[in-house]
Design a protein. Structure first.
Length: 333
């Protein structure tokens, strides 16, 4: 047991070190340059320029992105009320459905022009519109995607997700967006859950909460959409794959914990004195987990994607961002 736990220690210490350094640096900079932003930059520098051997650190870094972030999101539920959830509920869902439909339509139309295979189009559309790399990895066996197809889709989603972490807050500040508009924009147009959380909280704490709520709604929609992908692909191509869809494995269970704490907070069962504890702890765990984002960005690998898939991903990502921002500004005036 000790040996199993020990493998996580180097990576967790690395994340802790990046977190503490980012807090110190952010304290010397303007408020709009947050510690999460600094942590991502430090990670990219370590992975691409310092050439640190990350094999020893990967288990702990992976634990941060996969488990600690989910725990942080669950605790975040203790700072949100049903009233806040209702303010973005129907409108947020409307934007989500619009953006997912747009992403799939645009990916298949432009992908046909660029002569990109159906498998890559499906993986790119799923990754950009639903749940980032999770949607890609879940969809891949259902369409019998090859490793190179998965690599291309993951690289595209990673590239544009990380760019969003840097660019969205800057654009939001320049446009003078409110927290609710920015949170809606980030929650519907950015790819992976960790990237959405990072983007939202770089802008502001309130925007981070709103972005997280909306992104979790997208995550829930992953279940029916992945099922439809498997069904239509197998029928349209007469591809009788033996892969079965396990709905329990697909469903992001940590959302239940998030919703449970929202209900407890809304009914007053969480003491007022614990509010700051939930808030501070969730903020620190979010920073700790997201310190690993930059460590997963390999600039050399991104060069291998190829021009046509890059052009497809770039066009769809820009289209999603523009449409999402436009609808968010209309609905949340």
């Amino acid at each position: 047991m000790t040996a199993k736990l020990g493998k996580y220690i180097p990576g967790l210490l690395l994340l802790l070190g990046i977190s503490l350094i980012s807090i110190l640096i952010a304290g010397q900079l303007p408020d709009y340059i947050g510690s999460v932003f600094i942590a991502v930059i430090i990670g990219v520098i370590i992975n691409n320029f310092i050439k640190l051997d990350l094999e020893e650190f990967n288990p702990g870094v992976g634990l941060g992105l996969k488990k600690i972030l989910k725990l942080a999101i669950v605790l975040l539920g203790g700072t949100i009320s049903l009233q806040q959830l209702a303010t973005v509920g129907f409108k947020g869902l409307l934007i989500i459905i619009t953006i997912i439909s747009l992403a799939f339509a645009a990916t298949f139309l432009l992908g046909r022009v660029l002569n990109i295979s159906n498998k890559r189009k499906i993986l790119i559309a799923a990754g950009l519109s639903i749940c980032g790399n999770t949607a890609i990895i879940t969809s891949a066996p259902l369409i019998e995607a090859e490793d190179n197809d998965i690599f291309v889709a993951v690289s595209i989603v990673t590239l544009f997700g990380v760019l969003a972490v840097f660019l969205f807050p800057f654009i939001g500040l320049r446009l003078g967006l409110s927290d609710i508009i920015f949170g809606s924009w980030a929650g519907t147009a950015v790819n992976d859950t960790s990237q959405v959380v990072a983007t939202g909280f770089i802008f502001s704490e309130e925007a981070g909460r709103i972005a997280t709520m909306i992104k979790l709604s997208r995550n829930i929609l992953m279940v029916p959409i992945i099922v439809l992908i498997g069904y239509f692909y197998s029928n349209s191509l007469a591809n009788k794959t033996e892969e079965k869809i396990n709905l329990i494995e697909i469903f992001p269970n940590f959302i239940l914990g998030f919703l449970f704490l929202i209900i407890l907070n809304s009914t007053g069962l969480i003491p007022v004195a614990l509010g700051p504890v939930f808030d501070n702890l969730s903020q620190f765990l979010i920073l700790l987990a997201l310190s690993g984002i930059g460590l997963g960005v390999n600039l050399q690998d991104l060069k291998k994607v190829g021009f046509k898939p890059f052009l497809l991903g770039f066009t769809v990502a820009i289209l999603m961002a523009v449409v999402s921002l436009s609808i968010s500004r209309i609905l949340f005036i």
